[in-house]
Ligand binder design. Structure first.
Ligand code: ADP
Ligand code: MG
Length: 220
């Protein structure tokens, strides 16, 4: 489903990715780990098509991301959800609107959008918060809104960047349980984290990045 071939990415003198090769199968749940600055965020942004590699290429369902047109990229991106490290919620929009906004680009009828948004808020356990504004929510609740927005379109791939970075251990467990549910519903899930706590006893594939190089893979 996701194939990375000899990816290189530099920001000025900083090497962010250094010859990364990786295959992620459909339906996998995978952690991208490594210390701060290792290249985790860069890797997710490249898979999302938010940036292009300096060298190498990326296939998503056999489509070469480094070659496709802008409009095809927009279509493909509808199938990929991204949970940003800083949530990126709109403070002047309600919880409902923050999630529904992701569906407005699809051109579906508003009745369908309402229904789908409600279903998704229910899945993340926020059905009673739809009229509330994000800033009045706790960190864990804001994270759920960000996850709802990322999955409302029913993406085949969900990318999450340090999704439990600011949460306490109980909330971390809850959010991880939510990712497992999403995974069980058939989505390929890729989570970037520098947190070792998150990884204790996880039964999932874990890859390790260090200074932009892939230097560990529990599946390799
Ligand atoms: N927009 C940017 N401009 C300059 N340097 C960047 C930028 N994004 C990332 N980097 C550098 O690339 C390297 C990898 O960063 P990043 O992918 O954010 O790592 P991680 O998410 O593992 O902490 C770091 O050295 C970082 O400073
Ligand atoms: Mg990062």
């Amino acid at each position: 489903m996701i194939q990375l071939f000899h990816l290189f990415k530099k920001y000025g003198p900083h090497v962010a990715l250094d010859d990364v090769n990786l295959r992620i199968a459909k339906g996998e749940f995978i952690f991208v780990t490594g210390p701060s600055g290792a290249g985790k965020t860069t890797l997710l942004r490249l898979i999302f098509g938010a940036e292009k590699p300096d060298r190498g290429y990326i296939l998503i369902n056999s489509i070469n991301l480094t070659r496709i047109s802008r409009s095809k990229m927009d279509l493909l991106r509808r199938k990929i959800g991204f949970v940003f490290q800083d949530f990126k919620l709109l403070p002047k929009r309600t919880v409902f609107e923050n999630v529904a906004i992701a569906l407005e680009v699809t051109g579906e009828p508003s009745r369908w959008i309402r229904k789908r948004t409600r279903q998704t808020l229910e899945l993340v356990g926020l059905e009673d918060k739809e009229k509330v504004y994000p800033l009045s929510l706790s960190g864990g609740e804001q994270q759920r809104v960000a996850i709802a927005r990322a999955i409302v379109k029913g993406p085949v791939i969900l990318l999450a960047d340090e999704p439990t970075g600011n949460l306490d251990p109980d909330l971390t467990r809850e959010i991880m349980a939510l990712f497992r549910t999403i995974h069980q519903n058939g989505t390929t899930v890729v989570i970037a984290t520098h947190s070792r706590d998150l990884l204790e006893d996880v039964p999932f594939r874990t890859i390790l990045l260090q200074r932009g190089r892939l230097c560990g893979d529990t599946c390799a």
